[in-house]
Design a protein around this ligand. Structure first.
Ligand code: PEP
Ligand code: MG
Length: 578
């Protein structure tokens, strides 16, 4: 009998495939036999994973603040000691060598026998050691899972699967995408989480906030995932299946119609040229930038280069990566955002302390200014790469002018150092700031007077204005881009840019939602950056719009305080669209 679960559709498209359940508490591992000639390579893969776990734990311990309770630091030391324990390291190696099992399987077998011993103990203290065993082993299992993207057998095992789990980090999403999954659903998360944004960017249909996955869905069951409506159907009947196969075909046709717009420029009916740019996460996304005929990249989220690894990339690696992206842009403008790490974009081995309010804590530019060892190589790499083609640098999450002056000072200092070293860079590189904290929006004219451009990050601006955690599905119903406070802040930023004579872009998800295109045009926005899948749809609206007639209606809409009236006015703005 089929079963329907509801969640929030965050990446449109229909995916049909077998459920692959990953439970965080006990990690699902692939059990496979290793051919004799690959046994030693498998042992090395296992030992490397143990070493990476050691590096991660060392980095966490090194970054524990001095005032942390001693027992917490001791707890990490215990985990480090366990990594030296023969029962955790040597026995799995023996199992791989003697029985030919893969590393994950060997580790799982050893975990089960250790847990069985702990379960027989009466002493409650010793029983808690069982959790330590689980934590350490799960850490190694996750590292093995990440590294198995190079492992063909593991890739095959997820090919076409629909991953069902309690939660996914952006880093895990990147790994799963490489493994060829058809879609994913999570119990938690919201549409503005970085995981959801990434799903849209790589075009994997996805549903988040689908409660009951672990309870009701069985591994291997056939699933239909509707990433637009936010529906999961387990074990569908034939009629439902046919309905969705037909929907998939219609979706394909819609994509073909939009593709016919690619060569058409984005110009309103009253002849205002609009700049349409793409948001990219991974260097591979560049291919879509040319294919969709964009004006460039309005947001390159560099943090993805820092994920799924124990150590951050050094200056040379970043320089190579950014230079390659710039070369592939073939003269189109690239906006590189400096590292926006923290909150829901955690990076392995970063040693970032998990604060009780991570979104309000040490993230983005705050973290970079606090940790010059992390920031300086990126600044040098971006500046050096700017000699390869048109580049702008964008600073995330500015909230006060001290931060702004500190960053500008650091950039100047880096330029001077490059000059002395005789290394090339673009001396006129434009520096912009993301306006995503309400305080910055309210003081946008100050930021505008010191910067070359602004870009409105609505994902965070809405989160911080309305005090809604963008990844918490419990408060997702409050997440409202049309809240009058949000609209007024956006208008203030656009006006501040116009007054200062500098460009203002929008690169949050709101920019890629065609329902809001006319509203934003009417507010005076002419630079939009979005995930590339939305570009042609937004262009279709632009090409059917007249700014002159939108502006007075939008002006009236901005005076409204009643959400229902605002929605009705937006519908009226969009009514003539076909
Ligand atoms: C935003 O906050 O709108 C934004 C574009 O940045 P990110 O989603 O990466 O936080
Ligand atoms: Mg942001």
């Amino acid at each position: 009998m089929s079963l329907v679960l509801n969640g929030i559709g965050v990446s449109r498209g229909v995916a049909i495939g077998k459920a692959h359940i990953i439970l965080r508490g006990s990690i699902e591992v692939l059990e496979s036999a290793i051919p004799p000639q690959y046994i030693e390579a498998e042992v090395t893969r296992f030992l490397n994973a143990v070493e990476t776990a050691r590096l991660q734990l060392n980095s966490i311990r090194d970054n524990i603040p001095d005032d942390t309770r001693a027992d917490i630091a001791a707890f990490i030391d215990t985990h480090l000691l366990m990594l030296d324990d023969a029962t955790i390291v040597n026995t799995p190696v023996e199992l791989i060598r003697e029985n030919g099992c893969n590393a994950e399987w060997a580790l799982k077998l050893q975990r089960n026998s250790l847990v069985a011993v702990f379960e027989q103990m009466n002493d409650p203290y010793l029983r808690t050691r069982r959790d330590d065993v689980d934590h350490v082993i799960n850490r190694i299992q996750r590292i093995l899972l990440a590294s198995s993207q190079e492992d063909k057998s593991a890739e095959d095992s997820l090919l076409g699967a629909i991953v069902m789990t309690d939660d996914l980090t952006p880093a895990e999403t990147v790994v799963l995408e490489h493994q060829g999954i058809n879609g994913f659903a999570t119990e938690s998360g919201g549409p503005l989480s970085h995981t959801a944004i990434l799903a849209r960017s790589v075009q994997i249909p996805a549903v988040v906030g689908a409660h009951g996955i672990q309870q009701y869905i069985r591994d291997g069951e056939r699933i239909i995932l509707d990433g637009q409506q936010g529906i999961l159907i387990a074990d569908p009947d034939q009629r439902t299946l046919e309905h969705y196969i037909e929907r998939e075909a219609r979706e394909e046709q819609r994509r073909a119609e939009l593709a016919s717009l690619i060569r058409t420029p984005a110009v309103t009916l009253d002849q205002t040229a609009v700049t349409l740019m793409a948001n990219i996460e991974l260097p591979d996304d560049i291919e879509a930038v040319a294919r969709e005929n964009t004006n460039g990249v309005g947001l390159y989220r560099t943090e993805f280069l820092f994920m799924n690894r124990a150590e951050p990339p050094d200056e040379e690696e970043q320089y190579d990566c950014y230079s390659r992206v710039i070369d592939d842009m073939n003269g189109r403008l690239l906006t590189i955002r400096t590292l926006d790490m923290g909150a829901d974009k955690q990076v392995d081995g970063s040693g970032i302390r998990c604060s009780s309010n991570p979104a309000l804590g040490l993230r983005a530019i705050r973290l970079c200014l606090k940790d010059p060892g992390l920031f300086a190589p990126q600044l040098r790499a971006i500046l050096r790469a700017s000699s390869h083609g048109p580049v702008r640098m964008m600073i995330p999450m500015l909230s006060n002018t001290q931060e702004l002056h500190q960053v500008l000072h650091l950039i100047q200092h880096t330029k001077d150092a490059l000059e002395r070293e005789g290394l090339a860079y673009d001396p006129h590189i434009q520096i912009g700031g993301m306006i995503e904290v309400p305080a910055a929006a309210l003081c946008a004219e100050t930021f505008a007077s010191h910067l070359d451009f602004l870009s409105i990050g609505t994902n965070d601006l809405i989160q911080y204005t309305l005090a809604i955690d963008r990844v918490d599905d419990e408060v997702n119903y409050l997440y409202d881009p049309l809240h009058p406070a949000v609209l007024r802040l956006i208008k203030m930023v656009i006006d501040a840019g116009l007054a200062a004579g500098i460009p203002v872009a929008m690169c949050g998800e709101m920019a890629g939602d065609p329902r809001y295109t006319r509203l934003l045009l009417g507010m005076g926005l002419t630079e939009f950056s979005m995930h590339h899948t939305a570009l042609q749809e937004v262009k279709r609206v632009i090409n059917q719009s007249t700014i002159e007639s939108l502006a007075p209606n939008v002006e009236a809409l901005l005076q409204a305080a009643d959400p229902e009236r605002i929605v009705a006015q937006i519908e009226a703005l969009n009514s003539s669209l076909y």
